[in-house]
Design a binder for this molecule. Structure first.
Ligand code: ADP
Length: 298
């Protein structure tokens, strides 16, 4: 990371609402070129953290610098580098889709007509449709288009896909992958649909009770937690198995499926051989990794 600077630097942010802490002394650096999954249960502080990054909330303590500028003082130059889609996105219901696109695009000198036309087509948006009459999924697609039409360097998506059907979600994930292929683009996505998120992210931040409890690359997490499946060739396993750092184990006669933490695969292999077992190692799905991290930080 030597000479690459973070585009968002959060230092010691605490945010209180009516003396209740929504964020508790959070430090975070966001580096460019990543797709980051921001995960955590409802109420863990994800939206509050995001809102600090773009100056929508001011911290009770600490500070946030986004694109080199105090987030509370972001001007048009910095804001034009940010795209933001959030759950309660309000759209002007009396306008048509086309009118709202024109209205929003007028704020951005770098608005891309080409991107706009492509996503109007891909998302099957009707330019003459009245916004008030759009389905939740169509509204969400429009909100996404409005957030990416100016080709932002930092795209922040707070539960962006919750109203989309599976086909629209797949299209949306493709779109994010295309965006990230452009050099220097960064995406921060908060979502509960972990099976979607895991297809695109390369970095995972997990929050709980206003704190960041995990901030790692997805690859590091997949190396840290692994599932191994042990099948005995003589149909039985000893009662006590020799493996270290077993987080969970399900057994049935000559079969054991275990989740191991920081396993040395060479050692596990030789232990399996000694037991006269075949061994298959599986990476864990993000959802399982998430549950483990939550349990370990309960
Ligand atoms: P998440 O996005 O992880 O679901 P939030 O950041 O929305 O969590 O909320 C974190 C905590 O802060 C919750 O307890 C929530 O009720 C509280 N909170 C968030 N925004 C406000 C607000 N504007 N006023 C009062 N409490 C708030």
């Amino acid at each position: 990371m030597s000479d690459i600077k973070p585009i968002v630097e959060i230092r010691g942010i605490t945010k209180e609402f009516n003396e209740k802490k929504a964020l508790d002394n959070v430090d975070l650096d966001i580096y460019p070129g990543r797709i980051i999954g921001l995960l955590g249960p409802n109420g863990s502080g994800k939206s509050t953290l995001i809102r600090h990054m773009i100056g929508l909330y001011l911290p009770t303590k600490g500070n946030c610098v986004t694109f080199g500028c105090d987030a509370a003082k972001l001007g048009p130059k910095e804001l034009s580098r940010i795209g933001y889609v959030h759950q309660e996105g309000e759209l002007l219901d009396w306008m048509t889709t086309g009118q709202l696109i024109r209205y929003v695009s007028a704020y951005y000198p770098n608005w891309s007509k080409e991107l706009e036309e492509r996503y109007v087509r891909d998302f099957e948006l009707g330019l003459d449709d009245r916004i008030g009459a759009l389905s939740p999924g169509q509204r969400q697609k429009l909100a996404i288009l409005l957030a990416i039409g100016h080709n932002p360097d930092l795209l922040i998506l707070d539960e962006p896909a919750s109203a989309l059907d599976p086909i629209a979600r797949a299209q949306f994930l493709d779109l994010l992958l295309k965006i990230i292929q452009q050099e220097g683009k960064t995406i921060l996505i908060s979502s509960h649909i972990l099976s979607d998120v895991e297809k695109i992210i390369d970095h995972v931040i997990i929050m709980r009770s206003g704190r960041i409890i995990s901030d790692h690359t997805f690859d590091d997490l997949r190396e840290r937690y692994m599932r191994v499946r042990l099948t005995s060739l003589n149909k039985s396993l000893p009662e006590k198995l020799p493996f270290d750092r077993v987080l969970s184990c399900q057994r049935n006669n000559g079969l054991a499926v275990m989740t191991l933490e920081e396993p040395c695969i060479e050692t596990v292999k030789s232990q399996a051989e000694t037991l006269n077992c075949t061994l298959v190692v599986h990476p864990l799905p993000l959802e399982d990794i998430y549950k483990i991290v939550m349990n370990q930080n309960a």
